[in-house]
Design a protein. Structure first.
Length: 197
């Protein structure tokens, strides 16, 4: 077991093997899997990674930085944060892309993007997610590159970049709460969002 768990690649592979075994034990048939279901599973999986890392940054890393001695901070800024930001930004992109594919496959992309009933909740959730992904790629990541020293800048620019990245990350945390609610409400056929004509 240690052989599997000491490698992230083998651990993830073991997760897929376990999934196959569970599906087969429950009498499932992978040949009958429909493309929309596959993209929903991908969408949820990468979405968990994206929002999980967003919340890690905001609930763990940012509040903990002031408690870490200065001589230990490079472990975060040079190793942990760049790796976390790599998975964070690609998970954001994968979440949005898989969500768009899912909306197209299920035939509600146009209605959702134009906020038509009964796709108003999922549509608003999609727009919020797109704003959040934009923030990740075009505000948080460029500013984190300066803040972490990946791109060399003057100390005052570095400090301003760190603050802007943090504030934008906090905006995404605010947005994540209604976005997750709207996505969940739509998938449970909530009547909260039905428009009365």
């Amino acid at each position: 077991m240690a052989f599997i768990l000491t490698s992230l690649g083998r651990t993830v592979l073991a997760g897929f093997v376990l999934l196959v075994l569970i599906v087969l034990a429950l009498g499932g048939n992978f040949a009958s899997l429909e493309l929309p279901f596959l993209f929903r599973w991908i969408h949820v999986t990468v979405g968990v990674m994206w929002i999980g890392l967003l919340w890690y940054f905001n609930f763990v890393q940012i509040p903990s930085m002031s408690k870490i001695p200065d001589e230990q901070k490079p472990a975060i800024s040079k190793v942990i944060a760049p790796t976390a930001l790599f998975w964070f930004r690609w998970a954001a992109l994968a979440t949005v892309v898989s969500g768009l594919i899912l909306a197209i496959l299920n035939g509600y992309a146009h209605q959702a993007f134009t906020l038509q009933a009964p796709f108003r909740a999922i549509g608003l959730g999609m727009w919020i997610a797109i704003v959040m992904a934009f923030n990740v790629w075009f505000i948080i990541w460029p500013n984190q590159k300066r803040a972490l020293g990946i791109v060399a800048v003057e100390p005052d620019v570095k400090a301003k970049s760190a603050r802007l990245a943090m504030l934008t990350s906090r905006i995404n945390t605010v947005l994540s709460i209604p976005m997750l609610f709207l996505m969940s409400a739509q998938s449970h056929n909530s009547t909260w969002f039905v428009v009365v004509n």
